[in-house]
Write a protein of this length. Structure first.
Length: 262
């Protein structure tokens, strides 16, 4: 069996729809369905949906350095949005295209352990890989796991996990390849052009300059974490070009490649 591919998507892809065309999510799922004998696990966030539902419930959204602050009072809304609405919407879309899929959260099957973040972000978890048995069984059965970024602490309390970090931990669990999909085709340098290869020194410089900022900072940091733990490069590319998946599987360069430290 081929090495699994973990694909991470954010909430923006869920809202991207052009008249008369497949939605961006459907287009991505169609490309995934074409990857014969290639195990794929999809990990998702859903920040825009979370923001909308929080606003409807009378809450405000706060972020620090691109990371969501999660007060305890917001956990029911956030977990319901991600593990409920968003996850089941993706599962339903996959099923409508003939892809047999299973919706999961990080704590299902004891896949992932979480500890409380020390970054003053509220109910936010730091994930670590624990047990791959559930994913192994699903992949062996040729089912398509779709994993939300909701985890749990050892005491059973639910926590919100940054979706990039969630993708990294699933990647570690399966010793998989990792593709972080965003709404841009990689990471831009100071000249505004996309960078083919990004190492830690250049990334630090671009962050210090403010060229890499906000949510992209979290994404780049998560990619370096994965690259360093897995000892191989990680691709950051655009969901607006789902046909790139075939090129990636074929070993071609796609988006920006995040290089592990030497």
């Amino acid at each position: 069996m081929k090495k699994p591919l973990v694909i991470k998507i954010g909430g923006a892809i869920l809202d991207h729809q052009e008249a008369g065309k497949l939605s961006a999510l459907e287009a991505l799922l169609v490309e995934i369905s074409k990857l014969e004998d290639q195990p794929v696990v999809l990990v998702h966030g859903g920040g825009c949906v979370v923001d909308e539902l929080l606003a409807q419930a009378g809450f405000t959204t706060e972020k620090k350095n691109g990371l969501r602050v999660t007060p305890k009072a917001q956990i029911p809304v956030i977990s319901g949005a991600l593990a409920g609405h968003v996850n089941k919407k993706i599962v339903a879309s996959a099923s409508s295209l003939g892809i047999a899929s299973v919706g999961l959260s990080l704590n299902d099957g004891n896949m992932v352990n979480c500890t409380k973040s020390d970054k003053d972000l509220g109910e936010v978890g730091v994930p670590s890989p624990h047990n791959s048995q559930l994913l192994d069984v699903l992949i062996s059965a040729k089912l398509f796991p779709i994993v939300s970024s909701i985890g749990a602490l050892a005491n059973g309390d639910l926590v919100n996990v940054n979706a990039d970090d969630a993708a990294v931990v699933i990647c570690q669990l399966l010793n998989a390849e990792l593709l972080l999909l965003t709404d841009v085709n990689g990471v831009k340098g100071a000249d505004g052009e996309y960078i083919d290869l990004l190492d830690q020194a250049l990334a630090t410089d671009l962050i210090d300059q403010g060229v890499i900022a906000g949510g992209m900072t979290a994404k780049v940091n998560a990619a370096f974490k994965a690259a360093n733990k897995l000892r191989r490069s990680i691709a950051v590319a655009s969901w607006q070009s789902p046909e790139q998946l075939t090129a990636l599987i074929a070993g071609e360069s796609v988006g920006t490649r995040i290089q592990p430290n030497v």
